[in-house]
Design a protein around this ligand. Structure first.
Ligand SMILES: *[C@@H]1O[C@H](CO)[C@@H](O)[C@H](O)[C@H]1NC(C)=O
Ligand SMILES: *[C@@H]1O[C@H](CO)[C@@H](O)[C@H](O)[C@H]1NC(C)=O
Length: 325
């Protein structure tokens, strides 16, 4: 008797678990998509690709690397889109949306740009040629809200931002144009700087459709102002999206850390659900197997909702709970 009851509750629990699907729930909450980043080398794992193609969970893909400047314009005027196109083809085969990522960023920038000693006008024309769409501006700010001293800022001031956005709009009138950054998850100096930039771009008539909040979080450290901050951005008259979500921890992963991580995912998803201008959420890959975290933050990891063997973690249920909140 006891055994049957236990078995039944396990069966029910696992049924509930597998029936809940992240994109289906996001769309039921009025969002455009739930999605994930992916990268070209990962596409050789057929079980990975099977889950990546599961549109009940993922209706949007972001290329983690293959659309960055060093990949798409390794030499001036020499564009190579083959790796980016492979991600687009993977998405199109399953009717998934693509987030173009990214156009202007201070990292993964070829040296012909950083060391070219271009003057203002030439660098602006290089930016114009390069920017076709997407997360047009990536990480323009320092954490204190001042502008990052990238080659673009030191050469052109903030002019490169308007130039890039206008070029992207001209190249693809239908693409939603975003500025994307990290450490703008809660209110504070950097979020205020982002809001001021967007206000000033709108006042100048520069096309800007959205603010991307990366949300590379640490377990237990989701700011209490997360939802308020999303709403503050939305109040500027732009859409918002959570573009690179993961929640890392110091390894080893313990049940307590995994439980807190589940709550953190839930808090973030609930905030997006409650702010109507939040159009969607993208994981920075769905499995720990391909997470960027261990390679970047020594001793940390386990940041994604599926583990290294593609088994769902409590974080998956946290996302489900967030959409159901
Ligand atoms: C760069 O050129 C633009 C467009 O002519 C101008 O608005 C901007 O002030 C210039 N920036 C600098 C730092 O000279
Ligand atoms: C894909 O990844 C899974 C999970 O780590 C692994 O078990 C499997 O062997 C991999 N498959 C291929 C074809 O590499």
């Amino acid at each position: 008797m006891l055994k049957t009851a236990a078995l039944l509750s396990i069966l029910c629990a696992s049924f509930e678990f597998s029936a809940a699907q992240l994109n289906t729930l996001a769309q039921a909450a009025g969002k455009k998509y739930f999605g994930t980043a992916t990268d070209n080398p990962e596409l050789s794992n057929s079980s990975y690709v099977a889950q990546l193609s599961n549109t009940a969970d993922f209706h949007q893909l972001t290329a983690a690397n293959s659309m960055k400047w060093d990949a798409t314009e390794p030499n001036r005027g020499q564009f190579t889109f083959s790796a980016g196109d492979a991600i687009v083809a993977q998405a199109q085969a399953h009717g998934q949306l693509i987030r173009g990522h990214n156009c202007v960023w201070h990292n993964q920038l070829p040296s012909w740009v950083t060391a070219g000693n271009f003057n203002n006008a030439t660098l602006l024309s290089i930016v114009q040629t390069h920017c076709m769409s997407w997360d047009v501006i990536n990480e323009p700010f320092n954490d204190d809200g001042t502008f990052r001293q990238s080659v673009f800022f030191t050469t052109t001031g903030t002019s490169y931002i308007a130039t890039a956005l206008r070029a992207a709009r001209a190249a693809d009138p239908n693409a939603k144009l975003y500025i994307n950054d990290f450490n703008i998850e809660g209110t504070g100096a950097k979020s205020t700087a982002m809001a001021n930039l967007v206000k000033s771009l709108k006042a100048q008539g520069v096309p800007i459709d959205g603010i991307g909040i990366q949300a590379h979080m640490i377990v237990g450290e989701v700011p209490s102002t997360f939802q308020q901050n999303l709403q503050n951005f939305a109040n500027l008259g732009v859409e918002v999206a959570i573009t690179e979500l993961d929640v890392r921890m110091t390894l080893p992963a313990t049940p307590a850390l995994l439980a807190q991580q589940s709550k953190d995912y839930q808090t973030i998803i609930t905030a997006c659900k409650r702010v109507s201008a939040c159009v969607g959420v993208t994981l920075w890959d769905w499995t720990d197997k391909f997470s960027w975290v261990p390679g970047t933050f020594a001793g940390q990891g386990a940041a994604c909702p599926w583990d290294e063997n593609f088994v769902k973690k409590p974080a998956f249920q946290g996302i489900v709970n967030g959409w159901n909140a």
